[in-house]
Design a protein around this ligand. Structure first.
Ligand SMILES: [Zn+2]
Length: 392
């Protein structure tokens, strides 16, 4: 007999009491059906077990980005499964793909430090979001109980890690992250904008607001206007009332930097950055240099600073073994400030400013996730102005 146990209709075994063995079988079937209906919670609402993702199995060139089927990540009681609607490429993804001397990445791994999407499932202890919510992922994973974490400086935690660097990232249809890394995404902010925001705006925010402590009226030199972090830096420094001098490598990008709010732009291919800074500041130099380029601009950056100036650095895409003439440092009483990521709470402030149109994530183009290699190629060649967003 057919037993449609998963519907409302259960076997009518009371009508057949004369056959004892049949009754036992029917009771057993009923019991198993009851267990199936009441004991087994679906693994996740979508019941999807496999997903498309970019994975890196070994370090190297663009061909090491493999678009393939992988299992959907599991969630623990305090985790959230996010259906990724947009991710974006950061320079960090290039390093993860190529590999870095002295750094061990957990291969094979899914890169992608940014992710925005819709909650697909939550662990049993998660209260602040539910399935269907629009969210953005904060990248930093920290222990949550050390002094720095308790003081809200989670990016100073000794166990600080990033999604897409030390564990699977957002270049996939789903990502599982601790619930404290999930922030509500305002209705007005698109998934693409959110994916283009989190890492670069948080990085630029800490550099300019917390570390360099930019004041209204100061002169700020922003290197690499066309990069994601540079385009964020121009806007944040401008919002703080600084006069923004940006550098970039083409006239087309220079025009875009001006549109974005830069007061002056220096084309480093056709102009001498140092003499232009001196001209624009009447020989004073800039109060703050915002750097993520490293060795290629380091010496001129030190020289471009005014007395009492601050150089804040978050990266070294051109190389990290820079030379510093210490005479400039002590004579001009300079400060060299390191910066990595930012406090997760500041991301809420940034999203609010984006919602209000005060800050604008800059998206160069949107590509399907399957074209991640092309996205990496563009970022590596520096052809973009703003962010390359990937859609799974
Ligand atoms: Zn900690």
């Amino acid at each position: 007999m057919v037993v449609p146990w998963h519907g409302l209709e259960f076997p009518s075994f009371f009508s057949n009491t004369s056959n004892t063995s049949s009754l036992i079988v029917q009771i057993l079937i009923f019991f198993l059906a009851f267990l199936a209906a009441h004991s087994f919670r679906p693994e996740r609402s979508a019941k999807v077990l496999a997903m498309k993702a970019i994975r890196i199995h070994e370090h190297g060139g663009l061909d090491k980005l493999v678009f393939e089927d992988v299992p959907v990540p599991l969630i623990g009681p305090n985790d959230v499964l996010v259906g990724v609607k947009a991710t974006s490429i950061n320079h960090l993804d290039i390093w993860v793909r190529q590999g870095l001397p002295g750094v061990t990445f957990p291969l094979p791994m899914i890169p992608g430090v940014d992710a925005a999407g819709i909650v697909a499932d939550v662990g049993s202890e998660v209260r602040h979001v539910r399935s269907g919510d629009r969210v953005v992922v904060a990248q930093g994973i920290s222990c949550g109980h050390c002094k720095q974490c308790l003081n809200g400086q989670d990016n100073l935690c000794k166990d600080y890690r990033l999604i897409g660097e030390h564990r699977d990232g957002g270049d996939a249809e789903y990502i599982s992250v601790p619930s404290r890394n999930i922030l509500a995404l305002p209705e007005k902010v698109s998934f693409e904008s959110a994916a283009a925001t989190a890492l670069v705006f948080l990085t630029a925010w800490q550099m300019l607001v917390d570390r360099a402590n930019v004041k209204p009226g100061e002169d700020v030199l922003i290197h690499g206007a066309g990069s994601g972090v540079g385009s964020a830096g121009i806007q944040i420094a401008g919002m703080m009332g600084a006069r923004v001098i940006a550098t970039t490598g083409s006239d087309a990008k220079a025009a875009k930097a001006l549109e974005l709010g830069a007061d002056d732009v220096i084309n480093y291919r056709s102009q001498n950055v140092l003499s232009e800074v001196r001209r624009l500041t009447e020989k004073k130099g800039v109060d703050v240099v915002f750097d993520h380029v490293g060795v290629a601009v380091w010496e001129e950056s030190i020289k471009a600073l005014s007395k009492g100036g601050r150089l804040v650095t978050c990266g070294a895409t051109s190389g990290y073994e820079a030379k510093t003439d210490l005479r400039y440092v002590f004579y001009k009483q300079l400060q060299i400030l390191g910066s990595t990521m930012g406090k997760k709470g500041d991301l809420q402030t940034i999203l609010k400013l984006i919602e209000r149109g005060i800050l604008k994530p800059v998206i160069d183009r949107v590509l399907p996730l399957a074209q991640a290699r092309e996205g990496h190629r563009i970022v590596e060649a520096g052809e973009q102005f703003g962010k390359i967003v990937l859609i799974p």
